[in-house]
Write a protein that binds this ligand. Structure first.
Ligand code: GLU
Length: 276
């Protein structure tokens, strides 16, 4: 199978040095593998995404020299694909509606052994028959793990975790819990489901992305198994940090590619700054 990867930014702010590293790493790996890199715009969160940020992504990437193959896949144009995947999971009996607010979740007693922030399972007893329009839909992870055909594992080529990684069901339940598949505000385009559907639909053989998403890959493998999708190879790369060691965030406009450009930096300067 020909090597195919992608760069998948969300237009919620200006691209910064971390994005430059991600896009150029994806491109370098595609070139080394004799394949291609695609561009996907992960914009299902309409409240946070802005057309001007999307326009800036195209400008910044063209300036940097990231060349993507074919047309751009904009997730907000493909909500029906995520809905179809969600419908399959619902038909398998793996989903339940959830009307909890953030405050409800914060006030509920945590599940025993669960990591902070993991959904406490308040609505887990509910069934989809009781779904009220506007509610979120969650995956019952314990049921999903019991139903997902194995082996639940992925191969990683990034230096920090190189090797094969198997899903540990108890650990995934404790650390990830019943994730949202369809959000109250945006419907069926929640990240985990949309990314798995798109990687498959776009024929991605190698996912190149930041190390902050390494743990999410265990969950992605479970969704791939349930939806009959093949699991790509994963390559989680190092993150670009500021002088204090903090990972760059979208609000760090000081490190936005556009800011460096405006100050006269060249694409070569950017490569040097990120150690490429
Ligand atoms: N859209 C995600 C981000 O901007 C990237 C997701 C991925 O590469 O899987 O951080």
């Amino acid at each position: 199978m020909m090597y195919r990867t992608r760069f998948a930014p969300s237009p919620t702010g200006l691209l910064h040095l971390g994005h430059a590293f991600s896009a150029l790493t994806a491109q370098a790996r595609a070139e080394a593998g004799g394949g291609t890199a695609l561009l996907r715009i992960e914009d299902t969160d309409r409240a946070r995404c802005r057309p001007e940020y999307e326009a800036a992504i195209y400008d910044d990437l063209a300036w940097l020299g990231f060349r993507w193959e074919g047309s751009v896949r904009r997730q907000s144009d493909h909500l029906a694909d995520y809905q179809a995947a969600l419908d399959r999971l619902i038909a398998m009996g793996l989903c339940y509606p959830c009307g909890c607010t953030r405050a409800d979740i914060a006030a509920a007693a945590p599940q025993e052994g669960a990591a902070p922030g993991v959904y406490p399972g308040t609505c887990r007893h509910r069934t989809m028959d009781g779904y009220r329009p506007g509610e979120a839909i969650r995956l019952n992870l314990a049921k999903a793990l019991a139903k997902a055909p194995g082996p639940l594992a992925f191969d990683e080529t990034g230096a920090a975790h190189a090797g094969r990684h198997s899903v540990d069901p108890d650990r995934l339940i404790a650390e990830t819990g019943d994730i949202v598949l369809s959000r109250k505000d945006i419907g069926p385009g929640a990240y985990h489901l949309a990314v798995v559907v798109d990687d498959a639909l776009q024929g991605i053989t190698d996912v190149v992305r930041g190390e902050d998403l390494f743990d999410a890959s265990y969950l992605h493998v479970v969704l791939q198994a349930l939806l009959d999708l093949s699991t790509p190879l994963y390559h989680h790369h190092r993150l670009i940090r500021d002088e204090a060691g903090k990972r760059l965030a979208k609000r760090d406009d000081a490190r936005a590619i556009a800011t460096y450009r405006a100050e006269g930096a060249t694409p070569g300067d950017i490569r040097r700054m990120i150690g490429l």
